[in-house]
Write a protein that binds this ligand. Structure first.
Ligand code: SF4
Length: 438
């Protein structure tokens, strides 16, 4: 018999707290209490504390508690009646996303991730121009110069310094030999201790000036006649120095988090970062490292791409995939009234409920989620890496990492619910075999 109150310690746990996916955590807990966390950061601590306290499996239908069968029946009816469902959120593991795609295929849904805006700032560049990216392992073991653009990556990926930029041991770079450059809204007086300890070169500027600085760098590297002091004497000198360091480096890396650049046409700024690495790559080695993966955006896009041949922001309504990174943006579909049902999947965080909208909403959500306006149906689902085993992709998208099951749970996984709904829809429509639309 499983005794929930007994203290348990689990080692080598992969953390789904951010796209870094650290796989060296040791967790000790008893029931709902997190007793200790080794190697995890504060973000991981908050993820596990919240997750362990969230375990109520009771679905809600039209504002009242219901059984799972009642909730599934209500979802099946709504999905069967919908002409244009929107499947958004999509914060789930590989199996959850497979199930969602199968269900979306049956219903003719349009698919987008809750981080779609940030994700497509990068993907538009990849789609239109191509890029040359690297992995965390390559950066950790080989990069001798890393330029980090912007500032939010530090909070968004809290162990990047410890695990990638300044690890205790790396294969081909001596400890402390890697040069780190911070280009963004940093101030020397308020540099976090972690960062100050690796003695980075600071090129302080507001985010609005970054595209100009990158353009200037590219021109300097290409030996074009540019006025380097256009951004000020001091910044100009720092950029001249950086251009020279980039040309001398054996393996430089340009890194950013697209979530930070929430401005119109941010993809043009990101194109500049990618082109900088491409230009350098003509004479020495250089690569881009976009930081992403939080809330499973990379995971859901990977699965969608290998299943459909297209990334997210794809519509399955006409029996074949139609990808449009602008028209199939979930916020736009809701605002324009082009969807008559929203299926919102968000199993990793209670802080990502569906948007307030007029359209009926089904939520497959984190068990700790609360709502300003109760959705039509809420089915609490298991948290990948807590309530069930699974896989997900970290930021560099190179391989799926295993997520463990930490506790006995009554919460069904997203995959369980999506597969049950697919079966019920097929039964309700009288189809005995799976009628796949595309
Ligand atoms: S850095 Fe990210 S993956 Fe690593 S422990 Fe912290 S939240 Fe988890």
């Amino acid at each position: 018999m499983w005794n929930e109150s007994i203290e348990q310690k689990i080692n080598s746990v992969t953390c789904p707290g951010c796209g870094l996916s650290c796989d060296d955590l040791s967790i000790t807990f008893a029931g709902e209490q997190l007793l200790s966390l080794e190697n995890g950061c504060e973000k991981a601590r908050s993820f596990y504390e919240t997750a362990l306290k969230s375990s109520d499996p009771t679905p809600i239908v039209d504002g009242s508690p219901a059984s799972l069968d009642q909730a599934l029946a209500s979802c099946t009816t709504r999905l069967a009646q919908s002409n244009s469902p929107l499947f958004a959120g999509l914060a789930t593991d590989v199996n959850g996303m497979r199930g969602i795609l199968e269900l979306g295929d049956l219903c003719g849904a349009t698919l987008d991730h809750l981080n779609g805006d940030a994700m497509f700032r990068n993907l538009r560049v990849l789609q239109d121009n191509g890029w040359f990216t690297t992995t965390f392992s390559e950066v950790r073991n080989r990069a001798d110069l890393v330029v980090l653009i912007g500032k939010q990556w530090f909070d968004g990926f809290p162990r990047l310094v410890e695990r990638v930029l300044n690890p205790q041991d790396a294969l081909f770079v001596e400890a402390g030999q890697r040069k780190i450059v911070l280009l963004g809204p940093w101030s020397p007086d308020s540099l976090p201790e972690d960062l100050a300890s690796i003695n980075p070169l600071l090129i302080p500027m507001e985010n609005e000036s970054i595209p100009d600085a990158i353009a200037l760098l590219r021109s300097l590297i290409a030996d074009k006649p540019v006025p380097p002091t256009r951004l000020g004497e001091q910044t100009g000198e720092l950029l001249i120095g950086l251009a020279s360091q980039l040309q001398q480096a054996n393996y430089s890396v340009i890194s950013w988090s697209a979530a930070e650049f929430d401005v119109p046409h941010a993809e043009l700024s990101i194109l500049g970062f990618v082109e900088l690495a491409k230009t350098l790559n003509e004479k020495c080695r250089s690569a881009a490292l976009p930081l992403a993966g939080t809330l499973a955006d990379i995971t859901s896009n990977q699965v969608t791409t290998w299943q459909l041949g297209y990334p997210l922001r794809t519509r399955l309504q006409r029996g074949y995939p139609e990808h449009d990174p602008i028209l199939n943006r979930w916020q736009g579909l809701i605002a324009r009234g082009e969807s008559d049902l929203l299926l919102w999947t968000s199993s990793l965080s209670p802080l990502t409920p569906p948007p307030d909208s007029e359209i009926p909403t089904i939520v497959l959500g984190h068990p700790g989620m609360s709502f300003k306006t109760p959705p039509s149906v809420y089915i609490p689902v298991g948290i990948p890496g807590i309530d069930h085993h699974g896989h997900w992709y970290r930021s560099d998208a190179v391989c799926p990492l295993p997520l463990s099951k930490l506790r006995r749970s009554k919460l069904p996984s997203v995959a369980d619910i999506a597969n049950l709904l697919s079966r019920q829809l097929l039964t309700a429509s009288g189809v005995s075999e799976r009628g796949v639309r595309c």
